[in-house]
Design a protein around this ligand. Structure first.
Ligand SMILES: C[S@@+](CC[C@H](N)C(=O)[O-])C[C@H]1O[C@@H](n2cnc3c(N)ncnc32)[C@H](O)[C@@H]1O
Length: 409
C-alpha cells in the first residue's frame, strides 16, 4: 500500500488543508466554492505549490492508491454509477443471457457456434430485454463520462497544477511529445470518453475514475487486476529480465505493476495519449515507483533493436486498426532481444456466445469501439508467426494470463 507521506503532488485537498476555515464553503455551489478556496489561499498567503511537503493529512483522502473524488457530491454520483454498473452486470446481463439463449434455442442454433456477429445481432437486437440491457450499458457510459469531464474541468486549475508539478518529479521520467503526429485512428472518442485518449487534458483522470466506476469496479483501487497480471507474466526462458516495455500503457497500471514485480528491471510504458502518460507518471510518482513513461507510437517506438527482454500489452490491440496491429507486432519483434517474450492480452476469440457477440457489436456501434470489428478479423497468431515469433501459447479466453505468448527466435 502506498505511503501517505510520499505524495508530493499538489492536490485540491492540500490546498483546502492549507486554507484554514475553508471547510465551511463545502456546502456552497461549486463556482462559489472554488472562488472561496482561492480567496482563502491568497488571504493565508499560501503558495499552493509549496504546501505539499511534510503535510500529514488529506482532506478527502484516498481509497488505497486511488485519490478520492474531489467532492463528496461527485463521489456520491460515482457510487451511484458503480452501483448501476454492478446491477446491470449481475441482473440485467444475466436476464439478457437467458433470453438470448432462448432465442438461439427457438431458432435451432447452438449458442457456441461460430455464427457471424451480424447474424447474432439480427436475431437478438429487437428483443426488449436485450435492447434495454444494451441501452443501460450505453447510458451508463454517457452519464459517467459527462459527470467526470464536467467535474474535472470545474477544478481544472487545481488538477493541471497537480500534474504540472508531478511532471518534474521522479523517481521515473516523463516524455511528452506535443507536436507528435497522431494517426487519425487514435483520435476518436473511444468508448465514449470525451476527447478520447488524446483530446482532453484529463483523459487519464477520466480513464482511471471511469474504469473504477465501470469495468474494474472494486478491483482497481490497489491496481489489483494489473498486479495479478504482472505476477502471471511470461518471462524469458533464461530468466533474465533487465528491460520491460508496456505498449499502450494508458495510466501505467501494468507498467508500475511489472516494476513492482521486477524491481531491478528498467521499465517503460508508452502511449499515444499525452494526457494518459502524464497521469501515469503522476500516479507512479505518487506511488514512488520508478517507471519511465513516454508519449510515443507503438508502431514506431524509437527504441534500439533487441533492447527489451519482455514486451507486454493489455487491451491495446482491439483499439487499433488492422494494419496498425500488424505494424505493432513487427515493431515489437524488432525491439525484443532473441529469447525475449511478447505477451499481449486482448479478446478476439471468434468462439464466443451470441450474447458476447451482441455485446461487442453494441460497443462497436454505440460505444465508439471503432476498431473492434477490424480486430476480430486479425489473425493474431498468424501475424505473430509471420513477424518471426514462435507462438508457444494461445489461451482460449482473455484472462489474467496473456492470451498469446510469443518468443523471439
Ligand atoms: C484500453 S487502453 C489500454 C489499457 C492498459 N494497457 C491497461 O492495462 O490498463 C488502450 C491504450 O492504447 C493506447 N493506444 C492506442 N493506439 C496506440 C498506438 N498506436 N500507440 C500507442 N498507444 C496507443 C491508447 O491511447 C490507450 O491508452
Amino acid at each position: 500500500m502506498a505511503d501517505k507521506t510520499r505524495f508530493p503532488t499538489l492536490r485540491r485537498r492540500d490546498v483546502l488543508t492549507a486554507a484554514a476555515g475553508v471547510a465551511s464553503v463545502a456546502m456552497l455551489d461549486s463556482r462559489a466554492e472554488a472562488e472561496a478556496v482561492d480567496e482563502a489561499i491568497s488571504a493565508a498567503g499560501v503558495n499552493p505549490h509549496s504546501v505539499m511537503k511534510g503535510r500529514t493529512m488529506d482532506v478527502r483522502g484516498r481509497d488505497g492508491m486511488y485519490v478520492r473524488m474531489p467532492r463528496l457530491d461527485m463521489e456520491s454520483k460515482g457510487n451511484f454509477l458503480a452501483g448501476l454498473y454492478v446491477w446491470r452486470l449481475h441482473t440485467l446481463e444475466k436476464t439478457a443471457d437467458v433470453r438470448i439463449r432462448q432465442i438461439m434455442a427457438e431458432n435451432g442454433i447452438d449458442d457456441e457456434t461460430d455464427m457471424p456477429w451480424e447474424e447474432a445481432v439480427a436475431l437478438v437486437e429487437a428483443d426488449p430485454i436485450v435492447a434495454m440491457t444494451g441501452r443501460a450499458r450505453h447510458s451508463h457510459q454517457k452519464l459517467k463520462y459527462a459527470m467526470l469531464q464536467r467535474e474535472y474541468h470545474k477544478l481544472a486549475d487545481e488538477f493541471l497544477g497537480e500534474m504540472a508539478r508531478a511532471d518534474k518529479l521522479g523517481p521515473g521520467t516523463l516524455e511528452l511529445n506535443p507536436s507528435m503526429r497522431l494517426p487519425k485512428y487514435t483520435t476518436h472518442e473511444i468508448h465514449s470518453m470525451p476527447g478520447g485518449y488524446v483530446g482532453d487534458p484529463f483523459a487519464g483522470h477520466m480513464y482511471h475514475a471511469g474504469t473504477d466506476l465501470g469495468a474494474y469496479v472494486d478491483t482497481n483501487f490497489q491496481d489489483g487486476v494489473h498486479m495479478r497480471m504482472a505476477e502471471a507474466a511470461a518471462v524469458p526462458e533464461d530468466g533474465k529480465v533487465r528491460r520491460i516495455l508496456d505498449l499502450g500503457t494508458s495510466i501505467g497500471q501494468f507498467a508500475t505493476s511489472m516494476k513492482r514485480s521486477y524491481p531491478d528491471a528498467e521499465v517503460w510504458g508508452i502511449d499515444v495519449g499525452g494526457p494518459m502518460v502524464r497521469y501515469a507518471h503522476m500516479k507512479a510518482v505518487d506511488m514512488g515507483v520508478e517507471v519511465n513513461f513516454a508519449q510515443r507510437l507503438c508502431e514506431d517506438t524509437g527504441f534500439p533493436d533487441e533492447h527489451f527482454d519482455i514486451v507486454t500489452s493489455n487491451l491495446l490491440f482491439h483499439e487499433v486498426k488492422k494494419q496498425a496491429a500488424v505494424d505493432i507486432i513487427r515493431e515489437t519483434y524488432r525491439v525484443l532481444r532473441p529469447g525475449g517474450v511478447f505477451s499481449p492480452t486482448d479478446a478476439n476469440d471468434p468462439h464466443q456466445t451470441a450474447h458476447a457477440k451482441f455485446t461487442w457489436w453494441y460497443n462497436y456501434r454505440w460505444n465508439h469501439e471503432d476498431w473492434f470489428l477490424d480486430w476480430m478479423e486479425v489473425d493474431f497468431t498468424g501475424e505473430m508467426q509471420r513477424a518471426g515469433f514462435k507462438v508457444v501459447e494461445v489461451a482460449k479466453k482473455r484472462g489474467l494470463r496473456p492470451r498469446w505468448i510469443g518468443i523471439k527466435v
